[in-house]
Design a protein. Structure first.
Lengths: 251, 61
């Protein structure tokens, strides 16, 4: 396929209820009570030929991910079902056809997610127990060494158990005051900009403006601090973590 | 200010937090997407890019 530089496609960020207020950069493509939040994008950037390379361009990826999030943020209070990065359609008619085919799915997703936001909660292990002392094995102290080593391992296990219990306790209390909650795999240290180990990577769905979850975080933070865990709150986010599963067209 | 230019969130959020959500979560529509990125593992690509940038930063230290 030859793509002229002027050729464009429609990038869809998310689905909202028809009649939502649009803003300058995006167009709402409406169909059957739903609206796709879309933007016309150059195929030179988002075409099949160029997208894979662009994804490896860190600056481009950073800007595109920020733009995706920025657009969805504008709709977060009125309700939006986020699409994953890279939903691109040839023209507006194709977007309408998609809305038609997925009508029941999106109406049901909107009724569940509308009026709700996602709050991210991370737990960081900031005060791990003291590292086991390196016991020196000597000819005279072989037995003492083995005993000390055994005690150290037992202490390390007990300390790890305390962390797991504390993390479970945090999630249990937050889940109890949220509409829904998910626990994702902690991000590896190479990807976070902290030297502490991430021990909780959770997200909770709460009604817009509801402060209960954040207040609960503040309350449980005191308890978790005793186990060496610091809690961090992010958001409010569009409800990325709570969209229904991938599905096939309704018909 | 353009909505596309402004920082998405007022507080400090790491890029990985954004990538984690925008590339890994959200509805994936099967079937009729014109330009699917099938064959490209977005998660992998995103994380590899970040890993590259982390190692690049460390080299410059």
């Amino acid at each position: 396929m030859i793509e002229s530089p002027a050729a464009t496609a429609w990038y869809v960020y998310g689905i909202v209820a028809a009649g939502a207020a649009a803003h300058d950069e995006v167009r709402l493509i409406e169909q059957g009570g739903l609206a796709a939040v879309a933007r016309e994008v150059p195929l030179a950037e988002f075409g099949e030929d160029s997208l894979p390379q662009r994804l490896n361009d860190r600056e481009w990826l950073e800007a595109s991910v920020l733009a995706h999030e920025g657009v969805l943020q504008a709709f977060v209070e009125t309700g939006v079902v986020p699409l994953r990065f890279g939903a691109i359609y040839r023209d507006a008619r194709e977007v309408e056809r998609m809305l038609e085919a997925r009508s029941a799915f999106f109406h049901s997703a909107l009724s569940r997610l509308g009026g709700h936001v996602e709050i991210g909660v991370k737990g960081w292990l900031v005060a791990p127990g003291p590292p086991p002392r390196r016991a020196e094995a000597t000819a005279a102290g072989g037995r003492a060494y083995l005993e000390r080593r055994r005690d150290e391992l037992a202490a390390a296990r007990a300390s790890a158990d305390r962390v797991v219990d504390a993390v479970r306790n945090v999630h249990r209390q937050l889940f109890a005051v949220a509409v829904d909650g998910v626990v994702n795999r902690p991000q590896p240290k190479e990807l976070t900009d902290r030297s502490d180990e991430m021990v909780l990577n959770a997200a909770y769905l709460v009604p817009v403006g509801d402060r209960t979850l954040v207040q609960t975080v503040l309350r449980v933070a005191a308890e978790s601090a005793e186990a060496g865990i610091e809690l961090e709150v992010t958001g409010p986010w569009p409800p990325y973590n709570f969209v229904p599963d991938d599905e096939e067209p309704d018909e | 200010m353009s909505v596309l230019d402004r920082p998405a969130l007022e507080h400090d959020v790491t890029l990985v937090e954004l990538v984690d959500r925008v590339l890994n979560k959200g509805v994936v529509l099967s079937g009729d997407i014109m330009l699917s990125v099938a064959g490209v593992d977005l998660v992998y690509v995103g994380l590899r890019v970040l890993l590259t940038s982390v190692s690049a930063l460390e080299e410059h230290r």
